[in-house]
Design a binder for this molecule. Structure first.
Ligand code: HAS
Ligand code: CU
Length: 552
């Protein structure tokens, strides 16, 4: 039985959907690791590598993340700003069901073998129209739910004109504005280019334009994953470590910087693409370096929270606080390990965006390593940490000490598996191992055989890491089911709460300008126009179109 709140039911529906796709996606991850490392030579004919790769990417990168984020957000806006109005809740459910319909259409098409186009669905790879229509419905559904959350925030604000809005709600609005603005790009390419083309209404597609519209969305997509993890770091972690939020205003400012700088940067995924002038690439790379700043602010803020919490507990010396952190609490340990991964992950990102270095790593396994330690570690490990309290919080069950111990085992397995796999990916990438391809010995080319089977760079590390990750994910699924349906009902004092920290200086009100959303969206639009309008006009007039291909 769920806890009484109807809002928690909505949040739980999203979280349960997320874990369904986590289950499917991680099984595919294991298969993929086994094939890519040469352990399985051939998958059965009905399950080829590229179908598995597409299911893995779509299930984990798109479906697990988005559903989890919405579940977490709905629970948080309910916790910090009270019950949703009936209208807002109905919109939340409407969005949920639209996303489910879109998901079923897209996933069934992939499993039927009609859309092995990977999660980036680059043209001229051509999937069945159902895949693209499913994607479009999914995006619209996410907008409906996202707008519902924002409506809740603005209703609250109207009813409490003198009060500072809750930090969590503020972050939900920032993240959703980012998401909606970003999705305009993917919606444009899917609806205006891909659906008519896949239905046979047009013969050819402008590839450069479609990839540009995709990356206009694809980069902010990664911050749409990251910002909820940051929300957890800012809002909940200080509470879990016995501290306070270092600065409420700094946290808000970092979200605003993400909103304005995340979108006009997609060209850093297209640095190697002809047809885009280097001046435009330069502008977008500069803006990419701007978007690193709010992450550095977040790192600073985390260190400050750790230190002040440690000192409150009596730590002395420069680094004495390090010993006072609650490593035995999986709700903290998991995101903390994620933060450690995020340090090399961020460095890798800065390498990627440096044009000359990207020439070496682009389209190699290095990039796959990069995104496994960003989204697959920093973000997902934060989500694991959230799951351990959010699910019992939503279902009104207990979270026992033994569950915590199993949780620690689960996140340690994940961290070790991810460390082995992603390090190998980075190294293999530097040796030139390509991405988006199945295992190959390159016609038994002696150089490839030598390079990819050495002690440092060995493709076998991929299946070893993938196997540990698989064990961890099955344990996570078990723990999710346990916390959702089987753990004993909590009594009043056992209730697991949503951790919300207090600010270190609650008397300091955040500057009013931070709440001027129209201003920030306006600046965001100006930067987008500056970075994109001329190159897109150019693409509309000059880049050639191509027929579609089905390579699988
Ligand atoms: Fe990235 C490719 C650049 C961040 C995800 N990225 C990808 C792809 C994905 C992805 C999925 O410029 C592949 C897409 C595909 O399929 O082709 N990325 C960056 C940059 C950043 C960055 C500059 N990426 C992310 C995040 C992701 C993500 C976040 C997911 C969530 N990325 C690129 C580029 C490419 C790319 C190129 C294209 C490459 C190519 O050639 O195709 C930055 O935002 C990173 C800033 C982060 C930091 C780290 C701050 C550290 C913190 C932790 C503090 C730790 C603490 C604990 C407090 C500067 C906040 C410490 C405690 C102790 C005691 C030590
Ligand atoms: Cu990017």
């Amino acid at each position: 039985m769920l806890a009484k709140s109807k809002d928690n039911r909505l949040a739980f529906a999203f979280i349960a959907t997320a874990f369904l796709f986590f289950f499917i996606g991680t099984i595919c991850g294991l298969l993929q690791g086994l094939v890519r490392g040469g352990v399985i030579k051939q998958l059965p004919y009905w399950l080829d590598y590229y179908k598995v790769l597409t299911t893995h990417g779509v299930s984990l990168a798109l479906l697990f993340t988005t559903n989890f984020i919405y579940g977490f957000f709905f629970a948080g806006v309910h916790k910090t700003m009270g019950n949703l109005s009936a209208k807002v809740r109905a919109a939340g459910w409407g969005g949920f069901w639209l996303m489910i319909i879109g998901t079923i259409m897209a996933v069934v098409t992939v499993l039927a073998g009609d859309a092995s186009v990977l999660y980036t669905f680059y043209a001229p790879l051509k999937a069945s129209p159902f895949f693209y229509i499913g994607l479009a419905l999914w995006v619209i559904g996410s907008w409906v739910s996202g707008i519902a959350m924002m409506a809740h925030y603005f209703q609250w604000k109207k009813q409490h004109p003198q009060e500072t809005t809750p930090l969590f709600g503020y972050m939900v609005v920032g993240t959703n504005l980012l998401w909606i603005t970003a999705c305009l790009g993917v919606a444009a390419t899917v609806v205006l280019q891909m659906i008519p083309w896949s239905l046979g209404m047009t013969d050819k597609i402008n590839i450069l334009l479609s990839r540009t519209l995709f990356w206009y969305f694809g980069h902010p997509l990664v911050y749409f994953w990251l910002l909820p993890a940051y929300a957890y770091w800012y809002v909940s972690i200080p509470k879990l470590i016995g501290g306070k939020i270092f600065s409420d205003s700094l946290a808000r400012l970092s979200f605003i910087l993400f909103l304005i700088f995340s979108i006009p940067v997609g060209f850093h995924h297209q640095l190697m693409e002809p047809g885009i002038g280097e001046g435009w690439k330069f502008i977008q790379v500069s803006l990419t370096l701007m978007v690193v700043i709010p992450s550095l602010m977040t790192a600073f803020s985390m260190f400050a929270s750790f230190e002040s919490a440690g000192r409150r507990k009596g730590a002395t010396g420069l680094f004495g606080w390090w010993k006072k952190l609650p490593y035995g609490d999986v709700r903290f340990l998991s995101p903390f390990l994620g933060m450690l991964f995020f340090i090399p992950a961020g460095i890798g990102g800065i390498i990627n965006t440096s044009y000359q270095l990207d020439e070496i790593v682009h389209n190699t396994l290095w990039v796959v390593g990069h995104f496994h330690i960003t989204v697959g570690a920093a973000v997902v490990m934060s989500f694991f940490g959230i799951t351990y309290w959010l699910v019992p919080h939503l279902t009104g069950r207990t979270f026992s000490k033994s569950m915590n111990r199993l949780g620690i085992l689960q996140v340690v397995l994940w961290a070790v598996g991810m460390f082995i796999m992603s390090t190998a990916m980075h190294v293999l990438g530097l040796y030139g191992a390509p991405r988006r391809t199945a295992y190959s010995t390159y016609g038994n080319d002696p150089v490839a055989l030598d390079w990819f089977h050495g002690l440092v760079a060995n493709q076998l590390y991929l299946p070893i890491g993938a196997f540990l990750l698989f064990l961890s994910s099955m344990l996570m699924v078990y723990l999710f089911i346990h916390l959702a349906f089987l753990a004993p009902k909590a009594t009043a004092d056992e209730r697991v709460d949503f951790p919300i920290s207090e600010a270190e200086h609650p008397e300091e009100k955040p500057p009013v300008i931070l709440d001027k959303w129209k201003l920030w969206v306006g600046i965001c639009v100006v930067l987008i126009l500056l970075a994109y309008s001329v190159p897109v006009m150019d693409m509309l007039h000059h880049s050639p179109a191509s027929p579609g291909y089905r390579t699988w």
